[in-house]
Design a protein around this ligand. Structure first.
Ligand code: ADP
Ligand code: TYD
Length: 204
């Protein structure tokens, strides 16, 4: 089987949806077929490190300051990782990208659509496909607590995850493949793999 390259594939969803699990499975599948990289935002840049402190509640920030930090971190990721890898013909899989910013940092005068537009105007590459792992916030919180104990970040509460999920659904366009994240890991990956093969391989 041959895969069309380069490709930019993004995983999105609320915290605890199962994105990282599915991104790792797609990475394992693609790397047998093509040069493949798995990235994650926020990154380990200086902006990413500040973001992580804010997420843990160690530092305070306004929504606007968070928006600026995520945009700086993404500019770093696009310049140093994403664009060079795409130029080398990689399948680049990113666990969170600008749809996260649109869904999480909306409010304070910016709609989710305004934030998508802002990211496109910065010249950040538009993904070939977005796998949106959709899950009930209540189930996501159960999974988060099983993964992290009682160590929740600032967004990991019912009201926030409900707001964020609805923001995501408001920006879902034709590049989105919405996957039911309430299913088993295997069933979810099966759906993603089928969609991926259908869109980006020579198998019809
Ligand atoms: P995310 O990256 O979206 O926050 P993870 O992939 O880290 O989510 O998954 C959160 C937790 O839920 C992990 O402990 C993971 O093993 C578990 N998990 C992931 N997918 C499923 C699933 N489909 N069913 C049950 N548990 C899952
Ligand atoms: P992450 O480790 O990806 O969370 P999880 O695995 O639980 O999904 O943590 C990233 C956190 O940062 C998550 O709460 C979402 C948030 N975030 C934003 O608010 N805006 C963004 O642009 C990005 C990339 C992440």
């Amino acid at each position: 089987m041959k895969i069309t390259t380069p490709l930019l594939i993004v995983f999105e969803g609320i915290d605890g949806a199962g994105k990282s699990t599915q991104a790792a499975l797609l990475y394992a599948f693609c790397r047998e077929l093509a040069k493949t990289a798995l990235l994650q935002e926020p990154t380990n840049s200086k902006w990413g490190k500040s973001i992580r402190k804010i997420l843990q509640g160690e530092l305070q920030a306004t929504t606007q300051q968070m928006l600026d930090l995520f945009i700086h971190d993404r500019a770093y990721d696009v310049k140093h990782n994403i664009k060079p890898l795409l130029h080398k013909g990689y399948v680049v899989i990113v666990d969170r990208y600008f749809y996260s910013t649109a869904a999480y940092q909306a409010g304070d005068g910016n709609s989710p659509h305004d934030i998508v537009r802002m990211n496109c105007e910065k010249g950040f590459p538009v993904p070939d496909r977005v796998y949106f792992v959709d899950i009930e916030p209540e189930i996501a919180l159960t999974r988060i607590d099983m993964r992290s104990g009682n160590n929740r970040d600032i967004f990991e509460k019912l009201s926030e995850l409900t707001r964020i999920r609805s923001n995501y659904l408001s920006i879902a366009d034709s590049s989105f493949c919405i996957i039911n994240g309430n299913n088993s890991k295997e069933a979810i990956f099966d759906a993603i793999q089928k969609d991926f093969i259908q869109h980006f391989s020579d198998v019809t």
